[in-house]
Structure formats: C-alpha cells, structure tokens
Design a protein around this ligand. Structure first.
Ligand SMILES: Cc1ncc(COP(=O)(O)O)c(C=O)c1O
Length: 399
C-alpha cells in the first residue's frame, strides 16, 4: 500500500511548469510593509480601484433575494448576449449577431476556449513582447508554442505585418494575438495598423485573436475593434476593466459563426456555465454608463498628473501612454535591474510598481509598469515620493 502510494507520488506535470507572476511578489512585499504600519501607494496591480457600478450591485442584490441561482445556458444568458450585441451597435454602429457572442468567466477563460477551439498542440502563435504574460503561459500549458515578436518604438510597440510574415516564413504560424490598448505598455494600435495586420494575417491563413479588454479606456485616439475589420477574428473582452468588475469574473467573446458550437461544447465540459449572479450584474452594468464614464475621467486625470509630474520627478522616458491605465517607464538610466529598482522604490519611497521582467523576458529588466487606476491624490503623492527618492537612489546606485 505504502509502496503504491510512493510510486503514485504526484508531481506537477511538465505543462504546468509556467512562470509565476512577479507582480504577486511585489504585492506580498507591499502587504508586509503595510502590516508594519507603512502607507504604500499601490501602482502594481492592474485593476480599477472603484467598485462595480451601482446598477450592477443593485441587480445582484435583487437576484440574491429572488430565488435560486441555477446554471444558465452554456453560451450565456440570452438577454446578456443581446445586450452585449447591442453595445456594439450603440457605441460603434456595428451589427454583431448575438448568436456569435459567448459569455465567459473573465477574458482569462476566453483565451483558454479560443486557443482550444482554434489551435492544435504544437501550433505556433505569435505574441508581442512586451506583452501580457498569460498569453504565453496559457499557450504553453495547452501545448502550443508562443512565438515572441519583439516590438519597439519604430513600430509603435506593436506587431507589424512585416514582423508577422517574417516569423511565418521562418516557421508557419497558426495564430497571432493582438491587444490594443495593451498591457503592460498602455500603447494602442491605430485603426490602420490593426486593419493592415489583420488583413495580412488572414491572407496568410493566420487566425487573429484580438484582446479588447481595455476598450472604453482609450485616451490618445479611439481604439478600433477587430469586429469591424473581420468576421473571422476572435474578439475577447471582459467586464473587468472599463466596467470595474474584476472579481466578478465575467467576460465575453465575439466568435466567427463556425467556432460557436465548438466553444459551446468546450465550455459545457469545462465550466457548464458562467456564474449566474455575475451575468445578471453584468447586464445591469451597461446601465451604469454615466458612473463608469466618471471613473474613466478619473483615469484621464491621473494620466495627466503622471505625464506632467513624472518627468519633473526624473522619470522622463515612457512608451506612448495611449490607453488602459498603465504607464511603462524606461528606467535603464537608473538601473538595469528593474526588480531591484521596484523593490527599493517600494521599501524606500513607499510606491509599489511592477518590474517589466514579468512582461518582457528580453528587455524587461529596463522597464517598470505603473498602474494609474487609483485616486488623483495617490497619483500626486506618488509623483512627490518618486521625485524625492530618485535623486538619492541615483546617487547610491544599484545594490
Ligand atoms: C491584457 C489583459 N488581458 C486579459 C486580462 C484578464 O482579465 P480578466 O480575466 O479579468 O477578464 C488582463 C488582466 O489584467 C489583461 O491585462
């Protein structure tokens, strides 16, 4: 019996061996300092400080009092799918068939479903670097190969048609993931650049997955949706960011019609359905538009405070701060170890930020991501604290 138990000793699979998310280490360090009584300004975690809109909370309260919350249709409650479709008509003048919309457990589940429905194991999928780490890690865990496409200032920090085709020629790609506004950079693709990339990818037989989770949070210019540019693109979106509903774990996809049944079968088996309470709240969140627009105005104000203040504080080099709520600063003038830089900024200045190494295995050591989803008062304080600390850090140099 004991021998059998020993033989069966469970070890994690090779496919589960994905890197951790370093932002969690920063969060833990910040929590330790707070436990000692320090006041920390949190700019490390990429989530709204605000709660879900009052309309969503009221709908959830009513649903809790009104009776059992059973499973729903796997593709999502019909009225929510219709409401999401209507939002494309209202905000973009686009006619999106509600039958193409699938409600998911956050966009995170959308990625798993999209990758499983579209790719075979071994398929190569292009992702931008710097980029959101779970794209790479989910692909790896599912047996696909993420192909890192380096971006830079010359191509506005996004994948170009040329770079995509070069990687495709080297070894064929099956997919490409685009995100605009992007995490961690906050940078956006112009409508022309997105159209060119989608056109060239689809001509080459490369499936396009467009992560539109930061839509609604576009300040430099209007973010374009891939839904306008192609019926074959897979669009992934979420109630986490614009709608301030991270913890409700709810998102959606717009799928090419031929993938809907495959995703339905996958979701039937993987999740049965998406949390009912969250679906009810999400539908009502669309009625909280005025409240959400005020929160968005707060981000715009925060962005202005950082764009004005950080250069005066000494941090004067960052990627185009177009949308989402991120500023990706180049700190190479001060350090070539952004983890050490972030650790010391946290310990000495009380400002928590995320080192770029999470997002960019190639050059992340030179970058720091600052999230500006907090309050204007916190942003002003962060600028002051960084301004007071940075000259001292520069004098002492790296550890
Ligand atoms: C670019 C991007 N995509 C997707 C997600 C996942 O969000 P959720 O699963 O909450 O919808 C995040 C979360 O930070 C993100 O930054």
């Amino acid at each position: 019996m004991l021998d059998t138990a020993k033989r069966l000793l469970l070890r994690p699979s090779a496919r589960s061996d994905v890197p951790p998310f370093m932002v969690m280490d920063v969060m833990a360090a910040a929590a330790r300092l707070e436990a000692q009584g320090r006041r920390i300004i949190h700019m490390e975690v990429g989530q709204p400080a605000a709660a879900a809109p009052a309309t969503a909370i009221a709908a959830a309260r009513a649903a809790l009092s009104n009776g059992p919350l059973g499973y729903t249709e796997t593709l999502g409650v019909t009225s929510l799918r219709r409401r999401i479709a209507r939002s494309y008509a209202q905000s973009r003048g686009l006619d999106v068939d509600a039958a193409r919309i699938v409600v998911t457990t956050g966009s995170s589940a959308g990625f798993i479903l999209a990758f499983l429905a579209t790719f075979e194991t071994g398929d190569r999928v292009a992702v931008a670097v710097p980029g959101y780490p779970p794209y790479r890690h989910i692909l790896t865990a599912l047996g696909c190969e993420p192909v890192l496409i380096e971006t830079g200032a010359g191509n506005r920090w996004s994948i170009t048609s040329e770079a995509l085709l070069a990687a495709h020629r080297a070894r064929p790609l099956k997919g490409v993931i685009v995100g605009s506004p992007a995490n961690p950079t906050g940078t956006m693709m112009t409508a022309e650049a997105l159209a060119a990339l989608i056109g060239c990818a689809e001509d080459a037989g490369i499936a396009v997955i467009s992560d539109e989770i930061y839509h609604g949070l576009d300040y430099a210019f209007a973010a374009e949706t891939a839904a306008r540019l192609s019926d074959d693109a897979i669009i992934i979106n979420s109630f986490s960011k614009f709608f301030c509903m991270t913890g409700w774990r709810i998102g959606w996809m717009v799928l090419p019609p031929q993938l809907v049944r495959a995703v339905e079968r996958l979701q039937q088996n993987l999740a049965i359905s998406v949390p009912t309470l969250s679906q009810i709240a999400a539908e009502a969140a669309f009625d909280g538009y005025a409240e959400l627009m005020k929160i968005r105005q707060g981000y715009e104000e925060n962005r202005r405070i950082l764009l004005d203040g950080l250069p005066r504080a000494g941090l004067d080099s960052f990627l185009p701060v177009d949308g989402a709520f991120y500023l990706y600063a180049d700190v190479s003038r001060f350090s070539n170890d952004s983890f050490d830089f972030a650790t010391r900024m946290l310990e000495e200045a009380g400002v928590a930020a995320t080192p770029g190494v999470d997002f960019d295995p190639l050059h992340g050591r030179n970058y720091l991501r600052l999230c500006y989803a907090g309050s204007a008062a916190e942003m002003k304080q962060a600028v002051e604290r960084i301004g007071a600390w940075l000259p001292d850090f520069s004098r002492r140099g790296e550890r």
